[in-house]
Design a protein around this ligand. Structure first.
Ligand code: F0G
Length: 454
């Protein structure tokens, strides 16, 4: 039933002018001929769409570990033999919620959010890491490595502990939230804090992974994308295979948007859906090389032009503080093919959107809130009609960055200012929807007075 079982999965360079093919178990992360990014190509199952949907649904009541994982439940889409031993923490299976306050705030009639922060380590990374670590095990890797703004690190640390592998993590010193760092420490990874930013760390791990005893786990590794693409299937199953007009994701290193695009495209090819949702990506203004590229180029120009990295990216949404996104070509393909947009939003817009998502009783980390801020912008500029259906992908849990949240609500959130060009007032993120704690006397009367004035 499975493509790899029949020996049909392979790796292929995404560059049109190259398209070189490589054996599925060749340990490479880019095309050895031209340096292009690689796709895993799985020959999709030759099975009727209705049967496939029914098979995936039937696994929801199974007690088998492969079926209980929200990623491996869709294993017909993955490049592994059926009986492969897998490394899983039962990732995926994340909820979709209606978010009425966020909808109103964005100017939409309705909005749903898919909360990838409900994964085992609190972010969407788990859906990709489960697959890439399974491949690492299959290849006999002893040491896995990644550069990270925190979430990939936490996820890799957990899964490599499960797989009994050595795990080395490179993070930019002082730029990772405490919650994320604490996870990596607890899962016993070797955490190396470098003097530099994420892009420097990414460059270093790419060089280190030239040594074949070290396996690279960033999303340039196409097996990461394979895991993350299953989120498209889970999302569609949850909406009864009704395709939402818009799906919106945050953009950092651009693996997630690439993966969702690949997922939707494959489901379209299988005939499980009849069109793609428009996939839009939202970046933070201070780390928006992709938004800049796509807003300034025609498709023809894009084929010739390269992304110009942002040298010193800045945003308080540290998860997406990335200036040289590795997967931009795959992401551009997904956005353009689906008819979506790439926009960027300000620090104030991110912070306010995050508070609104909180008021829906959902919550998320700052980077995830770019989605609602981006939707508001897309509606305001007429690119999304208020009556159109939309799903925002919330990528990380609210508890991933509590310092940020507390500062916002205490009116103590400030953007960085390396050049010291702006005053403190100019750098202040207003607590537009602040809800600061109130000091109150430990007496019934005092508390009742507060309640009366609510
Ligand atoms: N949202 C969160 C919470 C993230 O942690 C990341 C990326 C993104 C969005 C952006 O996703 O990179 O696929 O475009 N975090 C990486 C990390 C870089 O190291 O944890 P992307």
């Amino acid at each position: 039933m499975n493509a790899a079982k029949e020996g049909k999965a392979l790796q292929r360079c995404i560059e049109r002018s190259c398209g070189a093919k490589f054996e599925i178990n060749k340990q490479i992360y880019s095309c050895p001929r031209c340096g292009g990014l690689l796709d895993v190509v799985v020959s999709l199952p030759n099975i009727n769409g209705l049967e496939l949907k029914a098979l995936w649904k039937s696994r929801l009541t199974s007690m088998d570990t492969h079926d209980q994982s929200g990623v491996w439940r869709f294993r017909e889409l993955l490049p592994f033999p059926e009986e492969s031993p897998i490394v899983t923490l039962l990732e995926g299976n994340t909820p979709i919620y209606d978010a009425p306050r966020s909808a109103r705030y964005s100017g939409l009639k309705a909005l749903q959010v898919k909360h990838q922060g409900m994964n085992p380590t609190g972010s969407f990374k788990d859906t990709g890491i489960t697959v890439a670590i399974t491949q690492a095990k299959l290849l006999g890797a002893k040491t896995v490595i990644c550069a990270s703004t925190g979430n990939t690190a936490a996820s890799l640390a957990a899964y490599s502990a499960r797989a009994d592998m050595q795990c080395v993590i490179l993070v930019p010193h002082g730029q990772v939230s405490h919650a994320k760092l604490s996870q990596s420490l607890d899962y016993d990874a070797t955490v190396l804090e470098i003097d530099g930013n994420f892009d420097d760390a990414m460059q270093l791990v790419s060089e280190l992974a030239e040594d074949t005893s070290i396996y690279l786990m960033n999303s340039i590794n196409p097996f990461r994308i394979e895991g993350q693409k299953t989120v498209a299937a889970e999302l569609l199953e949850q909406t009864d295979w009704q395709v939402s007009e818009h799906v919106v994701v945050p953009g950092g290193n651009l693996g997630n948007s690439s993966a969702l695009g690949k997922g939707f495209a494959e489901l379209l090819e299988l005939g499980l859906i009849d069109r793609m949702p428009r996939l839009s990506v939202v970046q933070a203004d201070g780390a928006a090389p992709f938004a800049r590229l796509l807003s300034n180029s025609t498709i023809e120009q894009l084929r010739r032009e390269a992304l110009v990295p942002v040298k010193d990216p800045q945003t308080l949404a540290t998860a997406i503080k990335i200036g040289a996104p590795v997967s931009w070509k795959k992401s551009a393909r997904a956005v353009i093919d689906s008819g979506g947009w790439v926009v960027s939003v300000s620090e104030q817009e991110i912070a306010d959107a995050k508070a609104i998502i909180g008021r829906d009783g959902i919550g998320c980390e700052p980077a995830s809130a770019t989605t609602v801020a981006g939707l508001k912008k897309l509606v305001a500029t007429g690119r999304i009609d208020p009556a159109e259906s939309a799903i925002a992908i919330l990528t990380g849990h609210a508890l991933k960055d509590t310092d940020y949240t507390i500062k916002y609500h205490r009116e103590a959130l400030f953007t960085h200012d390396r050049a010291r060009a702006r005053s403190k007032e100019e750098r202040h993120i207003r607590g537009t929807f602040a809800n600061s704690p109130k000091r109150v006397k430990a007496s019934k009367e005092a508390i009742l007075r507060v309640i009366e004035h609510m």
